[in-house]
Design a protein around this ligand. Sequence first.
Ligand code: F3S
Length: 400
Amino acid sequence: MELTKEEERILAGEEGEARQQAMRLLVALGRIFGAKRMIRVRSAQISGVSYRTIGDAGLEFLEDFARAGARASIRATLNPCGMDLRRWRRMGVPPEFAEKQLRIARAFKRMGIELTWTCTPYYASNRPRFGQSLAWAESSAVAFANSVLGARTNREGGPAALASAVVGRTPLYGLHLDSEREPTHSIRMGFKPSNDLEYNLLGYFLGKSLGSAIPLISGLGRPGLDDLKYLGASAAASGGIALFHVEGVTPEAKRGRFDGRGLEALGIGKEDLIAVKDALSSSRDFDWVLLGCPHLSLAELGAIAGLVRGKRLRKRLICFTSRAVRAEASRRGYIRAIERAGGLVACDTCMVVSPLEAMGIDGAYTNSCKAAHYMPSLSGAEAALRSLRDCVHVAIQAGP
Ligand code: F3S
């Protein structure tokens, strides 16, 4: 790999141990993927920040790295951690867990990383522009940034994104290259998804069917940003999709740039989504409704507030979002409406990375296929899939 003089100096340890460690990791990654050089990145989104998923070994690594002088040299934001850092007691998180999670937060703070704790940084303050190079690790945010915003990032691991935050670079390979962003499969929709759950199921079906290919989807109509958020998150969870194109909608597929000719074709009907739902969704009734995987947008919180305003919930509802979105939702009265009805709007965390079993949650209604995919293995909890609207109705009426 060809390195600049400055990169050589960092690699030789002339700018400190932490920058050297970071550069070593990125050079090793570049060699594995045949990158010829490094490129500068505008921002890093770091995953692997919940004590739930990284445990003591991860905590110690982060503290050592911070002690060794690791400091962010570019804008760097964080994925959700294992609890709402202010309302963790109200969530039922055990104090021993909270103490470790707070140590992780202190290590990141020392490194100068923004304590955003969200997987939708693009709804908060970190919204990349078309063509910008990034080093993002959260798979749902990677899919959104590449596909919906037209920015460029590989699906980084947490340590690689942290290394990029420190040295401001990533190896040039994969989705940073024009040639790697062309669609590989043509997807023909036999119907238009009608709600958030159907976009989730569609994404999950695509990931399962295509692995990490790049679909060009036609016949989808005019999906909203949240629809595309769910599609990408589910496709990244069931497969490894990091980029999808929607004909006439996503920036690289506008104006007929790709025509789908010569690509392997796949038709999708309603029955495909029904099969996904049957395989993924529990038929049990649960006491909990968990929404916000990926984190809820302001529009979604507004919709939930509208549905529960003036009502009394009969099931426990937690809505997960970012601090930035919660603050704006609070100004608009959405939080008061949801919490007066008996719900909780938590931030900094989510249903997948918080310790559900320790919180007494063995299953929940949700609209997220990504959550349904991960909850059983991470917390032993099941998910019953419904649209967001139906989840809220279940919370109000207490029926399945
Ligand atoms: Fe986000 Fe947690 Fe889901 S990080 S995408 S809410 S698993």
